[in-house]
Write a protein that binds this ligand. Sequence first.
Ligand code: SF4
Length: 424
Amino acid sequence: MRPWFLVNRVMIFSRSRKGTLLRTSPSSCSSFICFKFGGCAKLVCSAPIAQLDRVPGFEPGGYRFESCSVQMISIFYHTQDSFADTIFAQLGKGRLHARSLYGYFMRRGTIEGFEVEPEAERLKGEILERTSFELPGYRVVVEDGGTVKFLVDMGEGLEAEAVLIPMKSKTTLCVSSQVGCKMGCTFCETGRMGLLKSLGREEIVAQVAIAVHGLGRQVDNIVFMGMGEPFDNFDEVMGAIGVLCGGLGFGPSRITVSTSGVVDMMDRFTEEADPGVHLAVSVNAPNDEVRKRVMPVNRKWNMAELKGAMARFCAGGKREILVEYVLMEGINDSLESADELAEYLRGLRVKVNLIPYNPQKKDRFAPPGQDVIEAFAKKMKENGYLTLVRQTKGQQIRAACGQLGGVDKVKIWTQTKKIGRMEA
Ligand code: SF4
C-alpha cells in the first residue's frame, strides 16, 4: 500500500522489540509504522527518521527499516469496496461500518457528524485511527471568467496543476497524472520540464476531492489533460479512475483520458478500461514528418501504428475517439494539411477538436489567425468530420492547454532530478 504522505517523524513510546508497532508523530497522522528492530529502543523520543542515528540512546545501526511498512489507509486510495475489505483484513470486522463511513465522507468531505450506535463507538475509533482523510495542501489562482487553476502540493517542493473550466452549463476538471512529462512535445510547457514525478492514484483523486470538497465546486466531467502523459503512469491512472467511479460516484462516461499516442498502453486501455471511459488522442500533425518535429513519441510509434491502435479502440463501432489537433501557424494549419489529416483519419470513428496554440514563456510557435482556424475547421467539416474549435480559457493564469508547469519551476525544484525526457 502506498503511504498517503511521507511519515518523517517517529515517536517511540516504550521499549521496543522486534516488530513492535510504533506510533508516529505528529499524532494527528493516526498512522502506524512497523519497524523491525535489530536492538531495543531505550527511551521515549521524537525525531525525524533521518536523524534517529543522532538521538541519544540510539546506537547507530541499532535498528533496521527493512520491513518497514506504513499501515495508514488513505481514503483516496480506495474504492468503497476495497476500503471495506482492507479494514476487514486488518480488524477482522468492521466491513459495514467502513462502507458507511466511506460513503459519508465522500459525499460530504468530512467525518464530522458521522455517528454510529453506542456499541460500535470503539470500532469506529479503530477505523478512524487507521484512516487518513487529509488532503494535500493547495493554492488557488483565479481568472476572471471563472477558470480556476489550483496547484497541489505533491511533496519535495513539487506541485501538480489542475484546472476547473466552466463551460456553458457544466464544469470540467482537468487533472494531472504526473508532475512534468517525459514526452517532450515541443508545443507544450509541461513537456519542457521533463518528468519529475508520477503521481499515485490517491494524489490524482485528491485533485478531484479538492475541487469538490475543498473549493466546493460541482464537477461534471474529468479530463486527464493536465500535466503528464496518463499512459506513462497507466496503473495509477486506471486505479484513480476506479476510485472516481467506485468512490466519488462519477460515471465512466464523464471521464476522458488523453494520450500523446503511447500505442502499447492504448491497447491495454482498449482491453482493460470500462467501455464508457472516453479516449482522446493528440494527433497534431497531418503526416509523420511534421509529427516527428513536434512530438518525439512519433519516433517510437509512427502515425500508421497510432492509427492501428485507434482502429482497435473503435472496433465494434461503439466507441469513438476525440482527436486533438493543436493548430500552429505555418506548421500544420494549411488547407492541404486539413485534407491530409482527413485522409489519415478515414475509416476511424472520430470527432476533431482544434486547439489554437496557446502562447508560452519561450515561444517556438504562434497561433494561426482566426480566418485560418475557421478555414481549417470548414475544410475538416467538408471532409465529413464533426469538428469543434476549442475556446481558449485560462490563458491569463497560464492554465490553458499546453501552458501548465514551466521550466522556471524546474529551477526552483533544485532537489529534484528529472526522471525521464524524450528529445525531439
Ligand atoms: S502535450 Fe501532454 S504528452 Fe505532450 S509533453 Fe505536454 S503533457 Fe506531455
